[in-house]
Design a protein around this ligand. Structure first.
Ligand SMILES: Nc1ncnc2c1ncn2[C@@H]1O[C@H](COP(=O)(O)OP(=O)(O)OP(=O)(O)O)[C@@H](O)[C@H]1O
Ligand SMILES: [Mg+2]
Length: 231
């Protein structure tokens, strides 16, 4: 079974896809057959009548993964809503069995697998009669350790500490923070890095500048963040 890592963030649009692309690219450059998975993608663009899995396309293009990006996602919704709400409107609520099956299928083809979350860490995936799947259930269900992508500027301390605290309180295993939008030498950024490490007890494993084309740490170091087996 593939090694896996869950990439969450302090919120939507914080740079999970961008950072994941750099991680997967670095692993593939090191000769590993690294893959990508995202359970539920919302806000997909429709091109020629078909919904396009934007995050999967971005990561696979940057990392040089051939084949159909649709294999990297379980559900795509057109509405740019939380997945549970998009599913209420468009149908197709996602179940944990599907996540497990899709993850297992991909883990037969790729190793390691990097899994991107939807939104921040508190994200309802399916929520209705008989259905209740939260993003945290997916992280725990797949038994994946996690990294938290955070911003680097004002507000980053609060968002990173709350995310890490929530994850620990709900049985997840955050292993590192990755700061995005990093400004080397910035007075706020440098202090935020120190304060986030101090207050979460986690290392800031990488600091990614705007427009960066490299994650800035080696594949061996990245691999240490990954967990062994899926359950
Ligand atoms: N370091 C960076 N340099 C340049 N552009 C960036 C960087 N980080 C993020 N972006 C851009 O900012 C936007 C949001 O980033 P991204 O899509 O990675 O966020 P996300 O957390 O994956 O969002 P979602 O919750 O929708 O999955 C994208 O257009 C992305 O290309
Ligand atoms: Mg994304």
């Amino acid at each position: 079974m593939a090694k896996g890592l869950f990439v969450t963030g302090t919120g939507t649009d914080v740079g999970k896809t961008y950072v994941t692309a750099l991680i997967v690219k670095k692993l593939r450059e090191a000769g590993l057959n690294a893959g990508y998975y995202k359970a539920a993608l919302s806000g997909a663009e429709r091109v020629d009548g078909r919904l396009v899995p934007g995050d999967a396309e971005f990561v696979r293009r940057a990392a040089g993964i051939a084949g159909d990006p649709l294999e990297s996602v379980s559900r795509i919704y057109e509405h740019a809503y939380s997945p549970h709400l998009a599913a209420k409107i468009e149908g197709g609520p996602l179940r944990m069995e599907t996540v497990r099956e899709d993850f297992r299928r991909l883990s037969e083809r790729y190793d390691p697998l990097t899994v991107e979350g939807s939104g921040g860490i508190v994200c309802p995936i399916s929520f209705g009669e008989g259905e209740r799947l939260m993003l945290a259930d997916i992280v725990r269900g797949l038994g994946l350790p996690a990294v938290v992508v955070s911003g680097s500027g004002l507000g980053a301390i609060n968002a990173a500490v709350l995310t890490v605290g929530y994850m620990r309180a709900h049985g997840m295993e955050p292993r590192a923070v990755i700061m995005n939008g990093w400004v080397p030498g910035g007075i706020i950024e440098e202090d935020n890095r120190m304060m986030i490490e101090e207050l979460t007890g986690l290392p800031v494993a990488a600091a990614v500048e705007r427009g960066a084309d490299d994650i800035g740490i080696g594949a061996a170091e990245l691999l240490k963040l990954y967990g062994g087996e899926i359950r």
